[in-house]
Design a protein around this ligand. Structure first.
Ligand code: ATP
Ligand code: MG
Length: 394
């Protein structure tokens, strides 16, 4: 029955003169999301509305699922659109629409007509009354309730006439590409894919960096991160995944620094490298999946020490989330099952039995000097050998 979706968007409606930038980004993301759906669509912007109109048969459920991944959308309304060929045709189409959309007619309804085009011969009150009357005549089981109707039937008289009554919630947020770019430190865990999803929700384009430590971490661990990146890309759009070979830096730290400081010092080098890569590709911030107190390297003191090496802002979207709250999001976005696969992480291999939980910055800085003779060359080597993988959602 439906050949088109009327897309409702929220916050981006209030951006004044920049509004078109947001709308254009939204149109672009909708086109991208619908590319993977069986069927062809025209996505158009008309008088402050966005429509996705199918030009051939399409898979309705797939299309709705795809639209649910587009940030900036607050409502997805499957709509029946007709040319204005007079009131009788309109009434017939509405009766048909209700008949198909609601097999069981035992419900209350209200007609809500709006007339954006004033040369339609009836005003909205008249359309409400007349259409309501026709519906009651066609389906006597239905009844009117103007205060709390089960079904709010929208009739919008524009160039064409829109008829709809269903609004499927969209993901909210802002369209990707309207808020600059950030570098996500993406591990194989539960938290960082959620963090990536969350910044992307605010319109930030995401690039990712993964620290790989072969042969201590396997190809399968890397593949797991690639898979997670693809799942985040479902929402964020295509991204570059930088795979950094971190083995030699980890070995040097292991050899030369106190073992209870390994994780903190390692995290500082991750941040330095990610910042460098981010600067090269125009990122305005780093993103991690850290959450206060979750592990020794995420106490306030540890975060203080890790943060100190960066001049770029570091965004930590899940910083105040409990683990279960992060898990809830990861289940919702579909990354959880992959995240819990049991492949080793580079952090888990070199961790001390008793890592410092309250590192002192001065001491960490002092102990890092043990690396002075080799670290510049190792950092250069790591940056020179980055593998860049182009990631697209599947
Ligand atoms: P996650 O579930 O995201 O792996 P975690 O609870 O395991 O997080 P840590 O291992 O302390 O926490 O990592 C904290 C953050 O550091 C991660 O959320 C991620 O942003 C980054 N990080 C950790 N290990 C890596 C890695 N191997 N590659 C890229 N980023 C990493
Ligand atoms: Mg981890």
């Amino acid at each position: 029955m439906y050949k088109a979706f009327l897309i409702k968007y929220g916050e981006i409606g209030v951006k004044g003169k920049n509004r078109y930038i947001f709308e254009d980004a939204l149109v672009r993301q909708i086109r991208y999301a619908l590319k993977k759906v069986d069927g062809q669509f025209n996505v158009t912007k008309e008088n402050g509305r966005i429509y996705a109109t199918a030009t051939e048969e399409f898979d309705y459920d797939e299309a709705v699922e795809a639209l649910k991944t587009v940030f900036g959308i607050i409502g997805i309304c499957p709509v029946v659109q007709i040319e204005d060929t007079g009131f009788d045709d309109l009434a017939k189409t509405v009766i048909n629409y209700v008949d198909n959309a609601y097999p069981d007619k035992n419900f209350s309804f209200k007609v809500n007509a709006r007339r954006a085009r004033k040369n339609f011969p009836m005003d909205s009150m008249e359309i409400n009354a007349e259409i309501g009357h026709c519906l009651l005549e066609a389906f006597p089981e239905m009844h009117v309730d103007v205060h709390k109707p089960d079904v709010l039937l929208q009739i919008e008289v524009r160039n064409k006439i829109n008829i709809y009554s269903v609004e499927i919630p969209g993901p909210g947020g802002m369209p990707i590409g309207t808020a600059g770019k950030a570098m996500l430190l993406l591990s194989g865990g539960i938290d960082s894919p959620v963090a990536g999803y969350m910044v992307a929700k605010r319109g930030v384009q995401v690039e990712a960096t993964y620290f790989h430590a072969p042969p201590y971490t396997s190809e399968r661990a890397k593949q797991k991160v690639v898979d997670l990146a693809k799942q985040v890309a479902k929402y964020s759009g295509p991204m570059t995944l930088n795979v950094v070979n971190f083995t030699d830096i980890q070995l040097a730290i292991y050899e030369k620094c106190p073992h209870d400081e390994l994780t903190i010092i390692m995290r500082r080098y991750m941040m330095r490298i990610a910042e460098q890569l981010g600067q090269e590709s125009g990122c305005m911030g780093l993103v991690t999946g850290e959450s206060i107190g979750q592990v020794a390297s995420q106490t306030m003191q540890s975060l203080y020490c890790t943060n100190e090496v960066c001049t770029m802002p570091v965004f930590r979207p899940v910083i105040c989330f409990d683990k279960q709250e992060i898990i809830d999001v990861s289940e919702k976005i579909g990354t959880y099952e992959t995240s819990i696969l049991p492949f080793e992480d580079c952090c888990t291999i070199f961790v001390a039995k008793h890592p410092v939980t309250k590192p002192n910055l001065k001491i960490i800085q002092r102990d890092e000097h043990h690396l002075d003779d080799c670290i510049d060359a190792l950092m250069k080597e790591a940056l020179d050998t980055v593998e860049k993988i182009h990631i697209e959602a599947e």
